[in-house]
Design a protein around this ligand. Structure first.
Ligand SMILES: [Zn+2]
Length: 352
């Protein structure tokens, strides 16, 4: 859920446009929805399986920068797959077939799988051969830049790829009919498509898998063009549009994920905005568990644990264990100290 058009247009300093996904900025109808969802899902609140504050600022954004979860609104504004758009469908006489809609959804899942796998690969650069965290790869004394802007630190590039995957899965709940319901007061039509009213996590978003997702027959996302209207215009004429289906905007508590207002027509139907946000929060936590599982599969239990620690702690060098070579040096130093103490003790005994 991010306001692609709004964010993209704001970024480009063009005329303000319609909000087209969970928002990444304040203004233009957005309230940093991606940041608040990501914080509600992954911030530390007592437990240890969570992202510490400085690290979370890089992933979620901190009001000054987008955070890596907002990166698709900077560099992939016009790529439908990055936001799970253009998988529109309605049973009956409709300009697009179910197969075309399913292809659109598969494009989204394929795109997000690629981002997820990028994160798995980048995480491999966090540790040295002995399994120790490499200080230069995890320091956050300056904020993460995008990889396209020269970022080299493995923690930043891993968080960017994972953040881009999170953006797409969060948008899935805002842009699709997976978790919502149609307006019961109006007939089902392109401006009021059926809702699936399903829970998260969604098996459609199996980012560790490589098969074709199993898509329910009525599942749709909206057709998106910059002139995002109901009824649709231009390439979206006669189709279910992003404007008709999105639940992008409203106020979200960044601690609890509770919603206090819904600001799009579909979001105001029943509890649709709340269900989209809850789905996105649950899916975000699920994808973090999935990433850790993928790291275990790729690198083994011990290295994966150190990687997860390096990705979530603000001071990984101190908190995530020393490398094998570091441990060897520590053992040698301890041995030398013991030997020194033994010599001192012998002298003391011989003097007394
Ligand atoms: Zn988006």
């Amino acid at each position: 859920m991010a306001s692609r058009a709004a964010a993209g247009l704001l970024t480009c300093l063009l005329l303000p446009g319609p909000a087209v996904a969970f928002g990444t900025v304040d203004g233009g109808g957005q309230h940093r929805e991606h940041e608040r969802i990501t914080r509600a899902a992954l911030a530390c609140s007592g437990g240890r399986d969570c992202f510490e504050p400085v690290t979370l600022d890089q992933l979620a954004g901190d009001g000054r920068g987008f955070g890596t979860v907002g990166a698709p609104d900077r560099t992939e504004v016009s790529i439908p797959a990055a936001h799970c758009d253009d998988a529109d469908f309605l049973a009956g006489d409709y300009p697009r077939t179910r197969e075309q809609a399913t292809t659109g959804l598969t494009d989204c899942v394929t795109h997000l799988r690629r981002r997820f796998q990028e994160a798995v690969r980048s995480a491999g650069q966090l540790l040295d051969d002995g399994g120790g965290v490499i200080g230069a790869e995890v320091r956050l004394d300056t904020g993460c830049r995008l990889a396209a802007h020269g970022e080299q630190r493995a923690k930043c590039t891993t968080l960017e790829s994972f953040g881009r995957a999170l953006h797409g899965v969060q948008d899935f709940y805002a842009h699709s009919s997976w978790a919502d319901e149609a307006d019961p007061a109006r007939p089902v039509a392109a401006d009021n498509p059926p809702g699936m009213n399903r829970r998260a996590p969604s098996p459609v978003l199996d980012l560790r898998g490589d098969g074709v997702p199993d898509v329910p027959r009525d599942l749709a996302t909206g057709c998106f063009v910059l002139q995002d209207t109901v009824p649709g215009s231009g390439a979206c004429a006669g189709r279910v549009t992003h404007a008709a289906l999105n639940k992008d905007n409203g106020l979200i508590d960044p601690v609890t994920g509770a919603v206090t207002s819904a600001e799009t027509p579909r979001g105001r139907v029943g509890r649709n905005f709340e269900k989209a946000v809850t789905g996105a929060v649950v899916e975000t936590r699920h994808q973090w568990r999935e990433l850790r599982a993928a790291l275990r599969d790729e690198y083994g239990e011990r290295r994966a644990a150190a990687m997860a620690c390096a990705l979530t702690r603000d001071d990984p060098v101190d908190e995530c264990g020393t490398s094998g070579s570091g441990r060897t040096v520590a053992l040698i130093l301890a041995g030398l100290m013991l030997a020194g103490l033994a010599v001192l003790a012998r002298r003391y005994l011989s003097l007394s």
